[in-house]
Design a protein around this ligand. Structure first.
Ligand SMILES: [Zn+2]
Ligand SMILES: [Zn+2]
Length: 242
């Protein structure tokens, strides 16, 4: 499995970073994990053909994580005239939330898609198959709406991602035995109800048993203190072989 970080930013473009979007390659399968509002720009910036993507897995329904879908779908329908199937996976209500986002962005679009479009709802306690990959959602704590950390296993390597969350005792289970664990670290030392901070996370590092741990989704104050952080931090364009 190979991972390319297409977006390691927060919701606000801090540090000039794109909204959350990770590109995973396993064999001939290519998926995105999250597709934030800026993700079409990020795909183009890093030379990734949107038509090459087989599936997009969404962690939660915040614009910086799924707000790129209207643009991705519009591009596929009208610009590239996509033929290949596309699978969208995410929390329950995915189809409705995508339809709402499309309507908010582009009005009453015709959605008789010219390509097969499948929606897969993820449910805690269940592992779903998405394009041959095993996707396990684990609920985390991020305020309103369902928010899932994700464990994505191709049978050889395991990619794990915290989604947005404050520290929760679910995170050690998310990280367990992962080849890469991307964990959000929005703040440096400010404890927030919906996001992690470095001070809290660093205390819990001994509980996180992943081969590699990397911070993502950092705010401007956090980015200003990266030299005080003892573990790796993601950045846009970073490629990682697992
Ligand atoms: Zn969020
Ligand atoms: Zn976010």
């Amino acid at each position: 499995m190979r991972v390319k970080i297409l977006g390691s930013g927060d919701a606000f473009g801090s540090g000039g970073r794109f909204n959350t979007c990770f590109h995973l390659t396993s064999g001939d399968t290519r998926i995105l994990v999250d597709c934030g509002a800026s993700s079409m720009v990020a795909l183009r910036h890093f030379g990734v053909d949107p038509d090459s993507i087989d599936a997009i897995v969404i962690s939660h329904f915040h614009g910086d994580h799924y707000g790129g879908l209207p643009f991705f779908l519009l591009y596929s329908q009208y610009e590239s005239k996509r033929k290949r199937p596309l699978t969208l996976a995410g929390p329950p209500g995915l189809r409705e939330r995508v339809t709402q986002a499309l309507k908010a962005c582009f009005g009453d679009l015709r959605t008789d898609w010219r390509f097969p479009l499948e929606f897969v709802e993820l449910h805690p306690g269940m592992v779903s198959r998405v394009e041959g990959l095993a996707v396990e959602p684990i609920p985390v704590e991020h305020g309103t709406g369902p928010t899932f950390a994700l464990r994505i296993d191709d049978g050889d390597k395991l990619f794990a991602y915290s989604s947005d969350t404050t520290w929760t005792d679910a995170l050690p289970a998310v990280a367990q035995d992962a080849d890469l664990f991307l964990v959000e670290c929005y703040a440096y030392d400010e404890q927030l109800p919906n996001h992690c901070d470095w001070r809290t996370l660093s205390r819990h590092l001994p509980d996180l048993h992943a081969r590699r741990i990397m911070l993502t989704h950092m705010s401007a104050p956090m980015l200003a203190r990266l030299d005080e952080v003892s573990i790796e931090t993601a950045y846009d364009g970073l490629e990682i072989g697992l």
